[in-house]
Design a protein around this ligand. Sequence first.
Ligand code: AMP
Ligand code: GLY
Length: 430
Amino acid sequence: MHIIDFVLTMNVLLLGSGGREHALAWKMAQSKKLSHLFIAPGNAGTNSVGTNVPIDPGNFELISQFIVEHQIQLVVIGPEAPLVSGLVDTLANRFPDLPVIGPKASGAQLEGSKAFSKAFMHRHHIPTAAYREFTADTLEEGLTYLDNLSLPIVLKADGLAAGKGVIICQDRAEAKEEFNDMLKGKFGKASEKVVIEEFLDGIEFSVFVLTDGTHYKILPVAKDYKRIGEGDTGLNTGGMGSISPVPFVDADLMKKVEQTIIQPTVAGITRDGLEYKGFIFFGLINVSGRPMVIEYNCRMGDPETQSVLPRLQNDLIDLLLATANGSLDQHSIVTDPRTVASVVMVSGGYPGAYQKGKVITGMKLFEDGMLFHAGTKLSEEGIVTDGGRVLAVTSYGTSIGDAVSKSRSRAEKISFEGAYFRRDIGFDLI
Ligand code: AMP
Ligand code: GLY
C-alpha cells in the first residue's frame, strides 16, 4: 500500500528587515510547508530565500492589500513596533481565520510599556527588580524615592525608545537630573512615565518561548553582547554578537526559570485575557543562582535569533501554525547539540552616526554556518551597506571558542569601508 504524504503548502508573509528577519526567513525557507515566502521590506539577504516586497511594516493598509492579492496564509511579524501599534488586532478584524504570529496590542504592552510589564510581574509574583513608576505629576515623590534608593539606580522610559530608554546612574545627583529630563520629554512620549528600579547584579541571558496563549515551548537559550567595545565596554548597541547554548544556564537554573518565570508568565497572559500567539523574549539575569526578569520583549531577539534558529531542528512553519491554532502541546522542540556563535559586523561610527552605501566584498557561503544580512541592500554596484548593523557571521562549532573563532576568521575576509566587529564574543564564557 502506498501512503501518500500529502503536504499542504502555503504563502507566508514575514515583516521586518533585520538580521533576525533574515534568520527567520532562512529557517522558514527550509519548511516542507512553504509555497512562497515574501518579506516586507527585507534586505539583500532575505531576497535570496524569498521575494522582497517594498512595504513598510507600519503600513497596515498595504499589508492587508498584499495579503489578499497574494493569498497569504501565514503572517509572521518580526519587530515590536507594528505589534505595539496594533497590527495583529487590525489583521484579526479583517482576516479572522488568518494565522498571525505576534501578540495583539494588549499583549505587546509587555514590551511597549515598562510600567505595564512591571505591574504584570508584580501581579503574577514573577521575580524582578523592586520598582515605582512616576509621571510629571508625581515628580517630587520620585525625587524622594531616589533619595532612598541604593546606588546604582536604574531609570527606564516607559515606552519604546529604540533601545535607548534605560539609563543606569552611578551617582544620585545625576539620577535626579536624568529623571527630571526624562519626565520633561527627553524621549518624547516614551518618557512621560518613568520607572525607577533597583539595580540587579548578575549575568544576563536570553530565553525565548513560543506560546499559543495557553501552552508554550522553550527554544534554545542564548546570550547577546550589547556593548560596542571589546570586554563589554563603551556604548550600548542593538547587539554585537550572540552565542547559544549558554554554559552557565544548566538544567537546575533552567528549571527555576521555567517554574518561577515562564509558567507564571504564560498563566498570567491567559488569566489577564491577553491574546498572545507568538514569541516571548525573556531578558533574564542570574542573581546568585536566582533568575529574575530584566525585561520582556514581544518578539525574537536580534542578534540572538541568528544563533537560536540554527539550533532548532523542528520545521518552523509547523511550530508557527501550532502557535496560531493553539496546539503547541502536540510538538516537542528538537535541538542541535552544537554551539552556534554570531559575530555582528557594523558600520564605522555605529551606534553613533555612520555612512551607508559602502560596497561589501568577500561574502561567500560557508558549509557549517550562515551569513545573515541586516543593514544591506542591492544597488547597481552590488550589495551595499544600508544600516548600522550590516551582517551577522554565524558559525557552528564544537565549543564557544571554536564557533567564535570560525565566525571571526570569516568576518575578517568580508570587507566594506569602516567595517568593525568585536573579536571577543563569548569571552566571559570561555
Ligand atoms: P532593558 O531595555 O530593560 O533590557 O534594559 C537594557 C539593559 O539595561 C539590560 O540589558 C541590562 O543590561 C540593563 N538593566 C536594565 N534593568 C536593569 C536592572 N534592574 N539592573 C541591572 N541592569 C539593568
Ligand atoms: N538583543 C536584544 C534585543 O533584541 O532586544
